[in-house]
Every structure is written in C-alpha cells, then in structure tokens.
Design a protein around this ligand. Structure first.
Ligand code: V47
Length: 375
C-alpha cells in the first residue's frame, strides 16, 4: 500500500487512533486489535479521515459504477438461511425458476439496453444441474456477447457441483468454458461458526466458502467478497471475517471488490425470533471505513446503495468507498427483506450522485475496464 501524504493526525480527536494513523502513514498493515479499536472508537470523523486518505491514495477522486442487470434464476432454496426473505420451497406459490428463454427475453427488454454486467445469484434448487447452467451461459453469450457474466456465490458453486454429481473443479471448468467470467461476493455472511449456527444453520461453513473462492481464483476466475453485518454478530466477528478475507487475498489476489451488506430485517425468520434494529447511518459508514483500512489488499470497496440508500452510499465515497455498484434495474433479495430503496437507478442518477459528492464518475465493467461517461 502506498504511504500517505496528508497530515492525518490533525483530523483525529481520539488519541488511541494516532498509532493507527502512523502505521498507515508508514504503509504498515493494521492488526486484529487495530480493527477492534476501529469499531470501538467514538471518533468516526478520525476514522473517516484515515479511510478517505487511503482511498485517495489508491483511486484519487474516481468513483466507479457499472450499467448492470440483477437477476435471480430461481428463488427455490433448501438451505433455509434465517436472515433470508427471498427463499421459497418448491410448493410455495411464490416459487419460480427462470428458463433460458425467460432470461434471454428479459435481457432483450429495452430497459436493459447498454447493460455490461449480468449479476445472477439464486437459491439452491434441487432440480438444477450443470447442463442448465452450461446451456444458460452459452445461450446468453451467443445472443449478448458483450454482457459480462457474473454468476454464483461460492455456496451455489459448492451446491450445484454436488447436485450435478461432479467436483467443484469440473463444475467451474465447464461453467468457464460456457461463458462464466466472474462471481459475485454473496453468501459469505459471517464466517464465525457460532454465529452461522444461529443465522444460517445448514449453510456451508466458512472454510467451504473460502476454499471455493480460492479454487475460482486459481482458475483465473475473479470474485467479489461480502460480509453481512448488523444482526447478532459482535465487532470481533466482523474483524475476524475481514481478516480471513485479507489472508486469502494475500495468497490469491483474486478478489476484485468487497461489499459490506447491511442486514435488512423484515419478513425473515431472524427478524421474527430476534428484535434487531436496522443499522444506523454511522454504522453503515463505519463498515465502509473499517473495510478500507483493514482490507489493504482489496482494491475496490463498494457502498451498496440498495441496502444503505443512495444518499448514504454517496457519503460513503468520502468514508473509503470508491464504487457505487450499479444501475441494477430490479433487485429482490434486499427488497423482499424490507429495503425501501428504488429497484434500480439510471446511469444519470448514479452519475449525479457521484458528481454532487465531488467525485469523478467512471463507468466500468466487472473487471474494472473503464468507459467514458458522457456529460
Ligand atoms: O448472498 C440475504 C445477502 C447477498 C439478506 O458481488 C442479505 O458485486 C442483507 O451478494 N439482508 C446478495 N443481506 C447480495 C450480494 C451482492 C450485493 C451487491 C454487490 C455484490 C457483488 C454482491 O445478500 C446474499 C446474502 O449474503 N442477504 N438476505 C438480508 N436480509
């Protein structure tokens, strides 16, 4: 990480943070204890100053976004995560599976004109196997060769490989050959096993998520990574989670971006069994800043407007984030769990958010190739 030139210490009120600022100025890595302090300190402005300095050193005033389309090919899921409001059982009237033709028809819809990234994640459907995905990816790539295919959480890869009776390696090789180009970062939740037992009993463990991510990276398939915060976890679970991501990134350099996911607390089992208040604005901003400071080897930190609102995501650009994700068009996972944000934003709306916050909008694809943004 490059050293910093700003006199950071002048922004810091909490003297406990000064050694962290000095470490950053020397280009040194922060520790587990430093991470705990970042969650404990009341001096959010000081933390923001450090995160913003790191962000400026890495990206200047650039703020990235993508013209994207979000789709979930099925909501049928037999994993049963307690925080999820999207899942359905096969017999449920709201259960659906999109056919290859449905997805092609959807992409032909004029509202998807100019889409550079198709981001697809979904449930664990017991009837879908490798041939569905091969056919889906080949057909999309034939009809829309310019759309980047960003599909599957690590747990979907693990599930659909087993469901197809093949190894994860073979599943990945066949999907890559059919057109898969990267993977979203979801499904990581919180790596701590005791918390997982309470929020996603039955879901594969942290080691599986990390092992599949490592395999993807070894095969040259970049992925993103996430953390679900603001439910029953404690700060030490979050620091542990972030440092496990950082350790893997040291080995593979395969993570493109990290996205903190704010727990949406409606219409799911966790919200029925626990009284969990939604994260506040400062908590959302702190998550972005802490990630920027601890994840010194992951280039891009997203402020995900769907879960924290466009206005707060815009402010997140000054708390360490360099990316506002994308236009999305339609989103189900957060909205079914109570997100009150719009289903999508136009390119003009995202550009305006970035310009108003004093940053330079840069349109990108999922591999961070960039494209000119017309005024
Ligand atoms: O996998 C599910 C999480 C993920 C809830 O890679 C919930 O660019 C909050 O992965 N409250 C889907 N979160 C979103 C996701 C994502 C988002 C933006 C960008 C990228 C990227 C990835 O959301 C799921 C799960 O981990 N989730 N339910 C909920 N109630």
């Amino acid at each position: 990480m490059p050293g910093l030139s700003m006199p950071l210490t002048s922004y810091i009120q909490d003297a406990e943070l000064l050694p962290l600022a000095e470490k950053l100025q020397r280009g040194e890595r922060l520790s587990f204890e430093d991470g705990m302090l970042l969650y404990r300190s009341p001096d959010l402005t000081g933390i923001a100053a450090m995160a913003h300095s790191v962000r400026l050193a890495r990206h200047g005033r650039k703020a990235y976004f993508v013209t994207s389309r979000r789709l979930s090919y099925t909501n049928v899921c037999y994993t049963h995560c307690q925080f999820c409001a999207f899942q359905a059982h096969q017999e449920d009237p709201k259960a659906y599976v999109l056919s290859v033709e449905d997805i092609v028809r959807e992409l032909e819809n004029p509202e998807n004109l100019g889409v550079r990234e198709l981001h697809m994640t979904a449930g664990h459907h017991p009837k879908l196997k490798i041939d569905y995905f091969e056919s889906l990816f080949r057909t999309i790539k034939t009809h829309f060769p310019d759309i980047h295919l960003k599909v599957f959480t690590m747990v979907e890869i693990d599930f659909y490989a087993r469901n197809s009776g093949i190894s994860v390696e073979e599943f990945l090789d066949r999907c890559i050959a059919a057109g898969l180009e990267s993977c979203p970062g979801g499904g990581a939740e919180i790596f701590d096993s005791e918390i997982r037992k309470q929020i996603c009993v039955g879901k594969k463990d942290a080691d599986t998520w990390l092992k599949v991510a490592e395999l993807c990276h070894q095969k040259g398939l970049p992925t993103n990574c996430t953390m679900l915060y603001g439910h029953i976890e404690e700060p030490h679970h979050r620091v542990d989670h972030l440092l496990r991501l950082r350790d893997l990134q040291d080995r593979t350099h395969g993570f493109l971006a990290y996205i903190p996911l704010a727990y949406q607390n409606e219409d799911n089992e966790l919200s029925r069994t626990h009284h969990i208040l939604p994260a506040t604005g400062t908590q959302d901003l702190r998550e972005i800043a802490v990630a920027r400071l601890l994840l010194d080897n992951i280039d891009h930190i997203k402020a995900y407007w769907v879960m924290i609102t466009p206005g707060l995501a815009q402010i997140g650009l000054s708390y360490g984030a360099d990316d506002l994700d994308g236009t999305i068009v339609s989103e189900e996972i957060a909205h079914q769990a109570g997100a009150k944000t719009p289903p999508g934003l136009s390119r003009q709306e995202i550009t305006r958010l970035i310009l108003d916050a004093g940053f330079e909008p840069v349109e990108r694809d999922n591999l961070y190739n960039t494209y000119p943004v017309e005024p």
